[in-house]
Design a protein around this ligand. Structure first.
Ligand code: MN
Length: 243
């Protein structure tokens, strides 16, 4: 099981969720929303387990936390993974658009200077703008667009730019999400939950519930669930070799 975008630190009992991930052998990319959450989140992982921590600054709070960019820079050497980062074009966040862009650009430049990172990227209502920045910073690393919800043209552009994707049960619940997933390259696709933010039936998704995404992908690809599982695992391995 692979949950490549999960906010482990934001569950009501993060240590219990992390422990259950260990017991079930779930691979987790534990993303953060602020650099100041880094050390606390890092403690949820143990030596030898399959929890990896990502350093992030979420676009929805970029305007409040841009003062943490120097901290971001100083922590960047500690990890191969960056996220959650990106842009959010929702109307309520438009007043903070310039701050979001400044933070995202700063991070892409920092990742470039550091030799590239694996990046989990938010692009809600801002897919084109995110892709413009990724195109301008090709050395920033390997972008993984999490819960992509842009249009088909933007998706094709993202594929041409070399983006990867992570998709989860909440995204795949709808016809639109499944159509996008079907169009994504099967060898650049990972699963995620985006828990505890993402919910199904009013309940926060937990990392091991990512299996719902694997079974939907199996349908989308017209293969048995076991084969879909194998493909996603092979993709994670290949991603590890990208940089
Ligand atoms: Mn998220």
């Amino acid at each position: 099981m692979i949950d490549f975008h999960c906010h482990l630190d934001l569950y009501s009992d993060p240590h219990a969720v992390a422990e259950e991930c260990r017991q079930r052998g779930v691979y987790v990319l534990s993303v953060t929303t602020t650099p100041s959450a880094w050390h606390g989140t890092l403690k949820l992982a143990r030596q030898g387990d399959r929890i990896r921590s990502a350093l992030g600054l979420h676009p929805q709070i970029a305007h409040e936390r841009r003062g943490e960019l120097p901290l971001f820079d100083s922590l960047l050497t500690e990890t191969r993974y960056v996220g959650e980062i990106g842009l959010d074009g929702s109307p309520e966040l438009r007043p903070h658009w310039n701050a979001q862009v400044a933070v995202f650009e700063h991070i892409l430049k920092a990742c470039t200077a550091a030799g590239g990172r694996i990046m989990s990227i938010h692009s809600r209502r801002a897919a084109g703008e995110v892709l413009d920045r990724l195109e301008a910073h090709p050395g920033a690393g390997t972008p993984i667009l999490h819960w992509f919800s842009g249009g088909v043209r933007e998706l094709d552009r993202a594929v041409a730019l070399g983006c990867w994707f992570s998709v989860g049960p909440a995204m795949l619940k709808g016809e639109r999400g499944r159509k996008l997933a079907a169009r994504m390259p099967a060898d650049r696709l990972l699963t995620e939950t985006d828990g505890p933010f993402a919910e199904i039936g009013g309940q926060s998704l937990r990392p091991w519930e990512v299996t719902g995404a694997v079974s939907t992908l199996a349908n989308v690809w017209s293969v048995p669930a076991e084969e879909a599982n194998k493909r996603v695992k092979a993709n994670l391995k290949a991603l590890g070799r990208v940089q």
